[in-house]
Design a binder for this molecule. Structure first.
Ligand SMILES: [Zn+2]
Length: 399
C-alpha cells in the first residue's frame, strides 16, 4: 500500500465544454466516468481527494497561445455569430471544432485544472499523483483550434511549471491514439521539455504527423520522440514496446516531473481509430507509468485525460487508471446501478457487462495471419532498436 494521496480535479462545470449532441467528444464521457468512479467506491478511498479547479487567466493562456487567437475565442464565446472574425482561419466552424457560446470559459476551466494539478504535483510532496480527466487537449496550436481542442491545457500547464522553476525539466508522455502534435510543436526547440508520443501511424490517422524523423530542432534537437504504430497493434505488442522504451527514456532524461496524456482511443472498438488494445492492458500501462515516475521523475506524475469516443470504454478505462494510482485492486464486474444508468443515458451503444474486456478477436485475427503478426513483431523490434540507437544517444549527447 502506498501512503501517498491522489488528487482528482473534477467539477460538473466541465460538461459545458460541449460541441453538441452529435459530436464525438461528448461531455457524457466525463459524467459517466465520475459516476463509475463513485459507484466503484473509489471516492470513499481515504487517499483520494477531489479538488474543484479554477479558470486559468488570460496571462497564463497567452504564454502558449497568441493574444490574437485568445481574443477571437473570447469574441465568439460571447457571440458565436460575430462577423468581425473569420472562424475558419482559426480552425473553428462546423466539423471538428464547432463554435459554441461560453467556449472561452469552459476551455479556460480545463486549462486552469491542468495548471493547478501540475502545481500540486510539483510543489506538494503529499500529492505525487494528480489526475484531470477533462485535460489532455493535445492538438490545440498556438494560433488555432484543432482536433476537438480549443486551448492546449498541457501547454498551459507546462508553461506554468516553468514559472515555478526556471530550468525545470519536463517529460511529456502521450499514449493517445493520435499523435500529440500540439504539445510537440509548442516545445519543439525546447530541450527542457521532452515529448514522447505513441500513436497510430500518421499515414492512416489524423493529424498525420509523428514520424520517427520528427526529433526536435535547434537546441531542442533530440528532445522530441515518436513511436508510430501499425494498425491493430495488440495489447502484447504495445506493452512490450512501451516497457522496452519508455522507462529507459525517462531514466536517461531524469525529468523533474512527468506529465501524461491518457487518451484511450487506442481501444479496439473505438469508432475513430484502428488499434487493437483492450481495457485489460490499461492497468499494466498505468503501473509502468507509476513505477517509472517514481524511479526517474522524483515520484511526480500529472495525469491528464484525452481521446476515447465510446461511452462504454472511456469511463471504464479511466476508472482502471485511477484504481492503479490508488493501488486498489478491482474485481472484473460493474456496479449494477452504473449499468442501469448507462442503459438509460446511452441508448445508442451496447451496455458493457464487465469492468474490462480482452481483445481476443484481434489476437485471433493476428494469429490467423502469420504474415501480419510477423510484421507487427518486426515493427516493434525496429522501434525498440531506433530508441536504443537513436533516441537515447541523442538525449545523452545533448544533455
Ligand atoms: Zn485521440
Amino acid at each position: 500500500m502506498t501512503n501517498y494521496n491522489v488528487g482528482l480535479y473534477f467539477t460538473d462545470e466541465y460538461y459545458e465544454y460541449n460541441f453538441g449532441n452529435t459530436h464525438p467528444l461528448r461531455p457524457l464521457r466525463l459524467e459517466l466516468t465520475y459516476s463509475l468512479i463513485k459507484k466503484l467506491g473509489l471516492l470513499e478511498n481515504k487517499l483520494l481527494h477531489v479538488f474543484k479547479p479554477r479558470h486559468c487567466t488570460e496571462e497564463e493562456l497567452t504564454r502558449v497561445h497568441s493574444p490574437n487567437y485568445v481574443q477571437v475565442i473570447q469574441k465568439l464565446s460571447v457571440d458565436p455569430n460575430d462577423t468581425s472574425v473569420r472562424p475558419y482561419s482559426y480552425g473553428l466552424g462546423p466539423g471538428d471544432n464547432p463554435i459554441f457560446k461560453g467556449m472561452y470559459e469552459s476551455s479556460t476551466l480545463i486549462c486552469g485544472a491542468s495548471l493547478q494539478a501540475a502545481e500540486k504535483v510539483f510543489l506538494d510532496e503529499e500529492y505525487p499523483i494528480t489526475f484531470n480527466p477533462a485535460g489532455g487537449l493535445h492538438h490545440a496550436m498556438r494560433n488555432h483550434a484543432s482536433g476537438f481542442c480549443i486551448f492546449n491545457d498541457i501547454g498551459v500547464a507546462i508553461a506554468h511549471l516553468k514559472t515555478l522553476k526556471e530550468d525545470i525539466k519536463i517529460a511529456y508522455l502521450d499514449i493517445d491514439c493520435h499523435h500529440g502534435d500540439g504539445v510537440q510543436w509548442m516545445f519543439y526547440d525546447d530541450p527542457n521539455v521532452l515529448t514522447i508520443s505513441y500513436h497510430e501511424d500518421g499515414r492512416y490517422l489524423f493529424p498525420g504527423t509523428g514520424t520517427i524523423e520528427e526529433t526536435g530542432k535547434n537546441s531542442g534537437a533530440g528532445f522530441s520522440i515518436n513511436f508510430p504504430l501499425q494498425r491493430w497493434t495488440t495489447d502484447k505488442i504495445f506493452l512490450n514496446l512501451f516497457r522496452g522504451t519508455f522507462p529507459k527514456i525517462l531514466e536517461t532524461y531524469q525529468p523533474d516531473i512527468l506529465i501524461s496524456q491518457l487518451g484511450v482511443d487506442t481501444h479496439h472498438l473505438d469508432p475513430l481509430t484502428q488499434m487493437g488494445l483492450s481495457l485489460s492492458v490499461y492497468p499494466d500501462i498505468a503501473q509502468t507509468i507509476k513505477t517509472t515516475a517514481k524511479e526517474y521523475a522524483y515520484n511526480r506524475w500529472l495525469a491528464l485525460g484525452g481521446g476515447g469516443y465510446l461511452m462504454s470504454v472511456v469511463p471504464r478505462a479511466w476508472a482502471l487508471f485511477l484504481a492503479k494510482m490508488l493501488d486498489v485492486e478491482l474485481e472484473n464486474k460493474l456496479p449494477e446501478e452504473w449499468y442501469q444508468e448507462f442503459k438509460n443515458k446511452v441508448p445508442f451503444e451496447k451496455a458493457p457487462f464487465y469492468l474490462w474486456d480482452r481483445a481476443d478477436e484481434i489476437q485471433r485475427k493476428m494469429l490467423a495471419d502469420p504474415e501480419i503478426a510477423q510484421k507487427m513483431v518486426e515493427h516493434r523490434n525496429t522501434l525498440i532498436k531506433i530508441c536504443e540507437e537513436k533516441y537515447i544517444p541523442a538525449i545523452i549527447s545533448h544533455r
